[in-house]
Design a protein around this ligand. Structure first.
Ligand code: NAP
Length: 259
């Protein structure tokens, strides 16, 4: 049991699957109440029910588009109505629409910037009110090594770099309310997002993972639980002096080939 868990309520966006789901599982296993938020309400509820069965924790699933103000406020209000407040927010929801600039449609630019940057802003601006009221909060934003530059990810790289500036500035604003704001920038993690990339590039997911592992110092690709453990550490009260940090989680100092 970690000190982030006692009677805490954690909201995890994009948690129906992948990294978000692993974070939701970890926080539920550590004893938090957890809200699984994702675009599809049925999928969110199903994941929430599965995590609740696995862990015995009180987990709800809610449909929410993180890039829509009304949808976000309604979800945060529903969480607060059920559990009394929001203590932890992990801004994890994400999409990719990779292309070189001359083939990148405006809509794909807007979608990726909208989900990552506007989504992180809206969820945070809605949830921080509850945290400020209670003078307690932990916010973890999910960036990527792609923030440092990754060919054919102009939209994604720009959004993920923006999330790092967002983290540092928000930490300066909210620190005095006993709210920690940090950022995890994962490298390559095996999820549906990267499996779809493999197929798009003409590889089987297994071939692609093996190929990517060769370029990683630790000799393997990441798994969602790697991100979940770091998120739990950042939300632990024993880590409360860690604030405004961007932590690269990529199996080594190699930083540019992102996920
Ligand atoms: P994933 O498996 O594709 O999961 C992302 C989830 O976010 C999906 O369930 C997706 O729902 C949801 N989502 C998309 N748009 C949303 C919206 N507007 N509102 C609410 N939910 C939305 O991806 P992942 O690999 O777990 O990635 C999770 C996060 O880690 C993302 O921010 C990603 O950029 C970041 N990341 C991933 C890697 C990696 O290698 N996998 C590396 C670095 C950073 P739908 O399925 O309905 O679209």
């Amino acid at each position: 049991m970690n000190s982030h868990s006692t009677n805490r309520t954690a909201v995890i966006t994009g948690a129906a699957r992948g990294i978000g789901r692993a974070i939701a599982e970890k926080f539920a296993a550590d004893g938090c109440h957890v809200a699984v938020i994702d675009l599809d309400a049925a999928q969110s509820k199903q994941t929430a029910a599965e995590i609740s069965d696995q862990t015995g924790a009180d987990v709800i699933g809610l449909g929410c588009d993180v890039s829509d103000r009304e949808s976000v406020d309604a979800a945060m209000e529903a969480v607060s109505a059920r559990y009394g407040t929001i203590d932890i927010l992990v801004n994890n929801a994400g999409v990719t629409r990779d292309n070189l600039i001359h083939k990148l449609p405006d809509d794909d630019w807007d979608l990726v910037i909208g989900v990552h940057l506007r989504g992180t802003f809206l969820c945070t601006s809605s949830a921080q009110r509850y945290m400020v009221d209670r003078r307690y909060g932990k916010i973890v934003n999910i960036s990527s090594t792609s923030a440092l530059g990754n060919r054919a990810q102009l939209n994604y790289s720009t959004a993920k770099a923006g999330i790092q500036g967002f983290t540092r500035t928000l930490a300066l604003e909210l620190g005095r309310f006993n709210i920690n704001v940090n950022c995890i920038a994962p490298g390559f993690i095996d999820t549906e997002m990267t499996r779809a990339t493999a197929l798009r590039l003409g590889f089987s997911p297994e071939e692609y993972m093996a190929q990517r592992a060769k370029g990683i110092a630790i000799g393997r690709v990441g798994v969602p639980a790697d991100v979940a453990h770091l998120a739990a550490f950042l939300c632990d009260d024993n880590a409360s002096y860690v604030n405004g940090q961007v932590i690269y989680l990529s199996g080594g100092p190699e930083t540019r080939r992102g996920g």
